[in-house]
Design a protein around this ligand. Structure first.
Ligand SMILES: Nc1ncnc2c1ncn2[C@@H]1O[C@H](COP(=O)(O)OP(=O)(O)OP(=O)(O)O)[C@@H](O)[C@H]1O
Ligand SMILES: [Mg+2]
Length: 398
């Protein structure tokens, strides 16, 4: 008979307390990169090791298939190969000595999550998962009295994960609540302080607080901050424009031209739908020789070319996903610092309905599905134009 020694990875105290406790339900709000997934992997593996019998199921559930796959790959790499048998098609890891099966699943199709008896489960990225997935998994743990670890980032106050955490925090029997924030991970040496400082500078305050400090925003995921949006409402200025931003209509939306004066106050705002030749004439008429930044992605490119025939004050900006995010972050910073003002109405309502979403590659800002974002884009382009405009020619009086 062979003997194997399992050693739990070295976790810091807050990680151990949050995951390795006696509660049946442990709810953990954790900042990004605080070591949530690593801790859960160690926990689920130990559950499978100690409760495992041939065929007994232990589940890892992630919001979408791709995330379940990443977790499967991570656990497969992290465990001693002689102890496990992996099935890449099924995404299962069988622990050879006791026959327990760890399965990696997606929470998308919840019908597939019913029916088995599960001995322990992890719900990773719970704030991005549908509540139906939680109901399904709970039902699978009923017969076994299995334990579950429910982990996620904070994401507003309107989701089942947030509400579950509040109940656990309030002392619900059998539930415990834990919070691990980025400064805990920094103190434990798992997350670099420079990264945290960098994120604080780069991200809008509300986003930073949710992602790194686990403080829910009251804004329902609005990247600009609802109170800041309202603080900057001002009547149209009568001063001369010093920059314009223009978002060109693609297929269904509007062309919007947004002018800012030297103080950053909106002095002109035009929204129209016209054929391309009229659009070009209209832009020339409004913007003249003023520094103007236009979205030149796709159909915008030939338009900027045509405009350049009359002046080199027209600058095209081509968007890749990342540059669009930077533009939005620039706008968020300007709004939060009070560096831009706009009149009440369509601009404000577009700003208010904007949302952010966390993805694997970062934070993504967009209008909700089916809503316009052209006023926000034009405003963001105008703010960018203001920050990037060439210096005024110096007039030297002799
Ligand atoms: N106690 C620890 N000691 C050393 N390294 C750790 C520890 N905990 C986590 N890490 C490392 O920190 C990184 C982030 O860990 P992990 O992926 O578990 O975090 P997370 O909170 O799930 O992140 P995400 O926000 O991406 O979901 C990984 O490289 C992991 O190996
Ligand atoms: Mg994770």
């Amino acid at each position: 008979m062979s003997e194997h020694v399992y050693q739990r990875p070295k976790l810091y105290q807050k990680q151990t307390d949050a995951f390795f406790n006696d509660s049946r339900y442990s709810w953990i709000e954790g900042s990004t990169k605080s070591g949530k997934t690593v801790s859960c992997m160690a926990w689920l593996f130990e559950q499978a090791l100690f409760l495992g019998k041939p065929g007994r199921q232990f589940w890892w559930v992630a919001p979408v298939f791709a995330q379940a796959k990443i977790a499967y790959g991570r656990m497969k790499r992290g465990l001693p190969h002689e102890l496990i048998r992996c099935n890449d098609t099924e995404q299962t890891i069988t622990i050879i000595p006791n026959g327990a099966i760890i399965s990696f699943k997606s929470g998308e199709k919840t019908d597939n999550l019913y029916g088995e008896d599960v001995w322990a489960a992890v719900l990773d990225e719970a704030s991005r998962m549908r509540v139906e997935a939680f109901y399904a998994i709970r039902s699978t743990l009923t017969a076994t009295r299995g334990h579950v670890r429910i982990i996620g980032n904070v994401k507003g106050r309107k989701n089942w994960f947030y509400l579950g955490c509040r109940k656990a925090e309030g002392g619900e029997t059998g539930h415990s609540y834990h919070k691990i924030i980025a400064t805990d991970a920094v103190a434990a040496g798992v997350f670099p302080q420079e990264e945290l400082d960098d994120a604080r500078r780069a991200l809008p305050d509300a986003v930073f607080r949710e992602l790194y400090l686990c403080e829910p925003s009251d804004d329902g995921g609005n990247p600009f901050g609802l109170q800041f949006i309202r603080l900057n409402i001002a009547p149209l200025s009568n001063d001369a424009p010093c920059v314009y931003g223009a978002d060109l209509a693609k297929s269904v939306d509007w062309t919007v031209i947004h002018g800012l004066d030297a103080r950053g106050t909106t002095c002109s705002h035009t929204r129209f739908q016209k054929p391309w030749t009229d659009t070009i004439d209209h832009i020339k008429l409004i913007c003249g020789h003023t520094h103007t930044v236009l979205d030149s992605t796709g159909v915008g490119d030939p338009i900027v070319e045509m405009l350049n025939k009359v002046g080199d004050n027209y600058i095209g900006l081509k968007f890749a996903a990342q540059s669009k995010q930077m533009l939005m972050e620039g706008l968020a910073v300007a709004i939060q610092r009070g560096e831009v003002q706009y009149p009440d109405g369509v601009i404000v309502s577009e700003l208010e309905s904007f949302e952010y979403e966390y993805t694997r590659t970062g934070v993504r800002y967009s209008a909700p599905e089916g809503q316009h974002d052209d006023c926000v884009m034009a405003l963001a382009l105008a703010v960018h134009a203001r920050n990037s405009r060439p210096p005024e020619p110096q007039v030297i009086v002799l």
